[in-house]
Design a protein around this ligand. Structure first.
Ligand SMILES: [Ca+2]
Ligand SMILES: [Ca+2]
Length: 95
């Protein structure tokens, strides 16, 4: 009995120490998505062909034509381009 509870305590300590460092961000973040924030950043930088920091309709089309259907919904300020935040929304809601 005594050994069993020691074992349980050690297991909990192990899980706790692993938990903060080893879990993917999507497991610990309340805003869990199909994409991690790192992935979204990476896709956005890859898709931003002219490097102006926002994504045009053409750049979205080059990246993934299936996302174009959601472009207008994601373009919250209707300026015809997707800011980093708007693109994040597109990936989160479009997947
Ligand atoms: Ca661009
Ligand atoms: Ca916009």
């Amino acid at each position: 009995m005594r050994n069993a509870s020691l074992y349980t305590a050690a297991l909990w300590l192990l899980l706790l120490s692993l938990g903060s460092a080893a879990l993917p961000i999507s497991w610990v973040s309340p805003r869990a998505t199909a994409y991690s924030l790192d992935e979204i950043d990476w896709i956005r930088m890859k898709a931003d062909l002219n490097g102006d920091g926002v994504l045009s309709r053409e750049e979205i089309w080059e990246e993934d034509a299936s996302l174009l259907a959601k472009f207008d919904d994601a373009d919250l300020d209707h300026d015809g381009t997707l800011s980093p935040g708007e693109f994040e929304l597109l990936l989160i809601t479009g997947s």
